[in-house]
Design a protein around this ligand. Structure first.
Ligand SMILES: [Zn+2]
Length: 535
């Protein structure tokens, strides 16, 4: 029996209700109440933790992100935010100094963007990279993921010369002498990326551990994670099973990605269904993509883009296939969630769900991830069929700079409608879609409450009627995320019977001005009654 008492805290129970202390026994919350009551109830050998008046909330539960990719990014050279070619060089050098890779090991980095370079506003070329890592083949992917630059030795290893044919839909840039510049585009990127070492169960485990440590730092105690894909899911599942055996620090619910019935049925035939697993690793819903992104104008719209009348975006699945997948999922006990950003894709998802949801009852808790471009009638359809919304407030940080251009002011005004969804009574949960954005839960809360970017703009917030109350934002990130995985009776609250997953914050987010939420630090993260992170 191990017992823990956190006392002298401001422990969030539910809206406007706080207690001073919590008693945990063997990873489960046994009681909450006043300092005196809880200290009196605790066994004599209980470990005491004085919260010194700080605020304690349930652990954050990220309802959609990609943990394995988060780990891959952490294991590679991170170039996001590099503001010059010199800075890219400095980061590559620092990575080599820290990790001391053997000569000849292929190095990989992501996140550069020449638009941010202040020394020379140009794409990186192979000679830049040769200079950065003379001993190692080096591949640096641009932030968009559609362009990469390879060093001379990386090109050589990949067998790419001036005469190499790019794959259809790709390009290998050549200089005036007909030699590759190192810049590789779109489908041709795979011709270079093939030199990267093949993932093994062990290499995936290493990356998952990196990502899990980062989650703990961020106060994230549960993730709903899309890592399993056709052809590759076995290694990932095996790696998770092994990582989660000893003192795991993060609870994981797998959003499994299949896009056509054959491979999905194969997966089902292995005996999987939503909810299988244990408290640290479960099979979640089937996850499908219906469209692309707003930035790239591939999100599917009902009308042509406001800033490009030639396109409505791109559907990534047919209506017939979507219907068949949902039917297969329903028959086999799978929940379904779909990636839908544009109003065309969201309409398509709602229509498909409405065919199987009767009398507003959605027992499998089918949902829509992203839910960005919406109008009022669509939002009401979420409520009518009890369809879940899995949203990412942090997306406002970038999207507020493009959404009015893309869809016009009128539609922008009813989009990212997080408060309207809540008021309608829709089950709405928060995530980050990391590594698209960082796993940072504080920034995500800040965006939900202020509707400002991380620089505090615009002053009044972007369509501020949609600002959420801090209590509702915390609930969306904890209790509602738990609802999305059928765990609302054991996760997302600090109450008897719930898992002891909690976060201690450096300041009281419930009373400080909302602009100051962004400066809050995660002081400690507790999972299953164990401290897994302390600042
Ligand atoms: Zn995603």
């Amino acid at each position: 029996m191990s017992a823990l008492v956190i006392h002298n805290g401001k422990i969030y129970i539910e809206k406007h209700h706080f207690e001073e202390a919590v008693l945990v026994m063997d990873g489960i919350i046994k009681a909450v109440g006043s300092n005196d009551a809880i200290l009196a109830a605790a066994p004599r050998d209980a470990k005491l933790y004085d919260a010194k008046g700080r605020t304690v909330v349930p652990g954050f539960n990220d309802s959609h992100q990609h943990l394995q990719s988060v780990g891959e990014n952490l294991a590679s050279i991170q170039l996001l935010g590099a503001d010059s070619i010199a800075e890219v060089k400095r980061r590559v050098r620092a990575f080599i100094e820290k990790n001391e890779p053997a000569a000849g090991t292929v190095l990989h980095g992501t996140g550069w963007n020449q638009d941010y370079f202040t020394d020379e506003k140009r794409v990186l070329v192979r000679t830049d990279l040769d200079d950065m890592a003379p001993e190692n083949p080096l591949i640096l992917e641009r932030a968009c993921g559609h362009i990469l630059t390879a060093s001379s030795s990386a090109l050589e290893l990949a067998g790419i010369t001036g005469k190499t044919e790019p794959l259809p839909g790709g390009a290998i840039d050549l200089d005036e002498n007909g030699e590759p510049t190192g810049v590789i585009r779109e489908n041709a990127c795979s011709q270079v990326l093939s030199i990267m070492p093949k993932e093994t169960v062990e290499s995936i485990m290493e990356k998952l551990c990196l990502a899990m440590d980062h989650a703990a730092e961020c106060g994230v105690t549960s993730v709903q994670s899309m890592d399993m894909r056709p052809g590759k899911w076995r290694e990932t599942w095996e790696a998770y099973k092994r990582v989660q055996t000893e003192a795991p620090t993060l609870r994981v619910y797998q959003q499994v990605n299949f896009m056509e019935p054959e491979s999905f049925k194969e997966f089902i035939n292995e005996g999987f269904k939503t909810g299988d697993g244990d408290p640290f690793l479960k099979i979640g819903p089937l996850k499908m993509f219906l469209d692309g992104s707003l930035g790239a104008r591939t999100a599917l719209m009902r009308k042509p883009y406001n800033d490009d009348a030639s396109t409505c975006g791109i559907p990534t699945i047919t209506k017939e296939c979507l219907d068949e997948m949902i039917k297969t999922a329903q028959e086999n006990g799978f929940s379904v969630i779909v990636h839908a950003i544009g109003d065309g894709a969201i309409d398509m998802a709602l229509t498909a769900y409405e065919k199987v949801i009767k009398n507003g009852e959605n027992p499998l808790r089918h949902g829509i991830v992203h839910c960005q471009i919406t109008d009022m009638p669509m939002l009401e359809r979420f409520k009518k069929s009890d369809i879940l919304a899995l949203v990412q407030p942090i997306f406002l940080h970038y999207d507020m700079t493009v959404v009015e251009d893309r869809v016009g002011k009128e539609l922008a005004g009813t989009s990212y409608a997080f408060e309207t969804l809540r008021k309608l009574g829709v089950h709405e949960s928060f995530g980050t879609d990391s590594p698209v954005e960082d796993l940072n839960a504080i920034n995500n809360l800040y965006c939900a409450v202020t509707r400002k970017n991380l620089k505090g703009q615009p002053e009044r917030g972007f369509y501020p009627d949609e600002c959420m109350d801090i209590y509702d934002a915390v609930d969306a990130y904890t209790y509602e995320s738990a609802y999305a995985e059928f765990e609302e009776n054991v996760k997302g609250r600090i109450k008897p019977g719930y898992y002891a997953d909690m976060v201690i914050l450096s300041q009281d987010i419930f009373t400080i001005p909302s602009d100051e939420i962004i400066n809050t630090k995660v002081d400690a993260t507790i999972v299953d009654g164990r401290f897994v992170y302390e600042r």
